[in-house]
Design a protein around this ligand. Sequence first.
Ligand SMILES: [Zn+2]
Length: 532
Amino acid sequence: MSVTLRFCGAARTVTGSCHLFETEQGRLLVDCGMFQGPKTLKELNYGKFPFRPDAIDAVLLTHAHIDHSGLIPKLTRGGFRGAIWATRGTIDLCSYLLPDAGSIQESEVVSLNRRNAARGRPLVTPIYTQRDAVAALDAFRPLDYETWVQVMPGVRARYWNAGHLLGSASIEVEFAGAGTDGKPLRVLASGDLGPDAKLLEPVAEGPTGLDYVICESTYGDEDRPPVTRESRRERLAAEVRAAHAAGGALLIPAFAVERTQELIVDLVDLMERGDIPAGPIFLDSPLAIRATEVFRQHTESLESDVNIDRLLASPHLRCTESVEESKSIAKLTGFHIIIAASGMCDAGRIRHHLKRWLWHAKATVLLVGYQAQGTLGRFLAEGAKAVRIQGEQIKVAARIRRLDEYSGHADGPELARWIASRRPILRGVFLVHGEEPALAGLSERIAERTVPAAKVFTPLLDDIYELTTEAPTPIDVTHRRRLEPAAVVNLDWHNEMSKLILDINDAVEAAADDRARGVVIRRLRRALEAKE
Ligand SMILES: [Zn+2]
């Protein structure tokens, strides 16, 4: 009997979760996520899957976020006919998130093809359309937490609350007869794990006694000060008061699902108590508006001591669904709050608001979530003096602030504790879904203390391991890789390039006069022509 595991996503420095399990009886995916971040990675979304979609028997989905679910419509479009297992919360969220992702693909391709046509390049088709996404929803099958489901001959699965998002799960998979002495081989995939003190979710749960654990490591190198509901609200209140004092708009690029609802609940509550100045809160995202409805339908499954339903219906909150309503916000000048997607500023209405406000010293941008490499949010977080939005260079004068307390992810110590609570872990721990420092940070935290260092692995994209051996055995994949290992490590050359261009512009502009500008340009030219 053989069970192999291929990391088709969520590997070293690579986002987009997708684990392929293969046995003699069939093939199973845990997640089918979209690659996000640098261009090199995003281009993989247009390429072929490293497997035949019609050869996959089932998909087990950890949660609704696009970097875990986003390529499901592409899979269905490619001929996948099996079941997609997920919790009800995940299914409800996917029924909005996936069609929305489809329409984003369609509109991105329209603008990409306009550029391609102008440059005489071949036209591309969308990864999938809104229609494909709606069609994919038929394959979803609901299941309950902590209940076994037979997902393929000889394979059963059980979902555990991961405390990361409405419906989110870690997934335990058992391969009958493939473990020690004819026992099942037991594998646990963490999905994304939530922090201990999250407003709407419980602490992550999970089974013990496994052969393998696959664990995310997004914030593996961070050790946040302990967060309580009160300390988080105080930090938010302080940011809002400072933004009000600055006198302009407060822009919050937010993830449509959960982060947005948590922020609204706290903002409205703070306003009602008079702890922060009152002002309109615009929820400027049709997707976030619908996600908010999903939350109101699931309030009984959420952990909270506040009346979410009442707070989400507050008159302080104004939902701007249509484009006209959204545009009318741009006429406002004084203090107001705008929550708009996307959370990393790489798409969505937030870009229009950033274009309108970034160059204003009285505006504030509050980043409340993880900013992947290569995204506009990451540039802002790293203190870029100018950025490009829709082809236009914009100076950054606004106050750029960060608030990590609303993170949906566990930090390093919480991840390490979650892994430790799963022991005994007999054969290996795979750390995935993190940039190099995060992987190194988490690996250091658990090596020897939790599991022997020799049992900790950080697989590269498309690595394959045989799992039934005493320790995971790597299989030669030299000819099967979509990205060379070196390309993975140097993923951010696009970022370096855009930074360089901005710095050159800066240097030329900052020069004293035209003569000095000429000198700068000639020096750069000489550097460019110099042989190494
Ligand atoms: Zn997630």
